[in-house]
Design a protein. Structure first.
Length: 279
């Protein structure tokens, strides 16, 4: 793992995610961490509020750059790290900016925060985070507001046991296991609406073969529950899981993952970081 990208808006939640990122980077021996902030011109739709239009783009740039510099300085004072750190401040939207800088900086992983505590925060901030996870090809770790870094020793992969060869991104997951030396749990949550596939044994064998080829032997678990989020969080708590891995799919068990907001719900109602990896 070479480069970890950490988007920030300077909030307390963003600082918490940044601290997590620095400690995670040290643990996996990442080459560097890049903090990233985007800014846009405020748009006033009310002619009676001209103050929003008094700030020039240069004014906003200076304020944003100063905020990012202070954010990084404060982080270094809070947590001393041996991992090289840099910061980039750009005029762009968050999602588009991240897609561009991922390619520019050749980022392997994104780590970012998500806030909770209220329906407004959950809709606005949650939608930004899930938008990044949905439209970015590299893995994204979403750090819940109340989560504090702990060594990643137990990783859980949520799996629907459908077309695992075609849809399971084994390499990034195996790379993560190699970097953290963690144990992998594979969990399936079935229900009346999403029953366990008839060929689950075969799919499980294929998945096991894929991971064993990378030097890993997962442990498999099956739960029956109507509430997907509750089941995932229950298993994570009972097994002291340090990181949950989810694969958003276009069809099957994870159909409409972002539309149904499972990702957002997991991040809000769990103290365990959630990693989104695309197939």
């Amino acid at each position: 793992m070479q480069t970890i990208l950490v988007p920030t808006d300077f909030s307390s939640t963003a600082k918490n995610a940044a601290l997590y990122a620095l400690q995670f980077a040290e643990a996996v021996k990442a080459a560097r961490v890049v903090f990233y902030h985007t800014y846009e011109l405020p748009v006033s739709v009310d002619p009676m509020m001209p103050t929003l239009q008094m700030f020039s783009l240069e004014d906003i740039r200076k304020v944003s750059q100063t905020g990012l510099d202070n954010f990084v300085t404060n982080l270094k004072e809070t947590y001393s790290t041996s991992v090289p750190v840099s910061a980039v401040c750009e005029f762009n939207s968050l999602t588009e900016g991240i897609q561009e800088i991922v390619e520019k900086e050749k980022a392997d992983l994104i780590i970012m925060g998500i806030t909770g505590g209220g329906k407004i925060d959950e809709v606005l901030i949650g939608s930004n985070t899930t938008s990044v996870a949905k439209h970015t090809n590299v893995p994204v770790i979403i750090v819940p507001a109340e989560c504090h870094y702990a060594p990643v020793e137990e990783i859980m992969l949520a799996c629907d046991f459908k077309q695992v060869v075609e849809t399971t991104p084994v390499k990034p997951i195996a790379d993560l296991l190699d970097a953290t030396k963690a144990k992998l749990f594979v969990l399936n949550v079935s229900s009346d609406k999403d029953p366990l596939p008839e060929d689950a044994n075969y799919e499980g064998l294929m998945l096991d073969t894929l991971f064993q080829a990378k030097g890993h032997k997962p442990e498999y678990h099956f739960l029956e529950a109507e509430d997907f989020t509750e089941a995932i969080n229950y298993f994570a708590m009972e097994n002291e899981i340090d990181l949950i891995v989810a694969i958003p799919k276009k069809h099957g068990w994870f159909d409409g993952l972002f539309r149904r907001n499972h990702t957002k719900m997991l991040a809000f109602h769990s103290h365990v970081p959630l990693m989104i990896v695309h197939d």
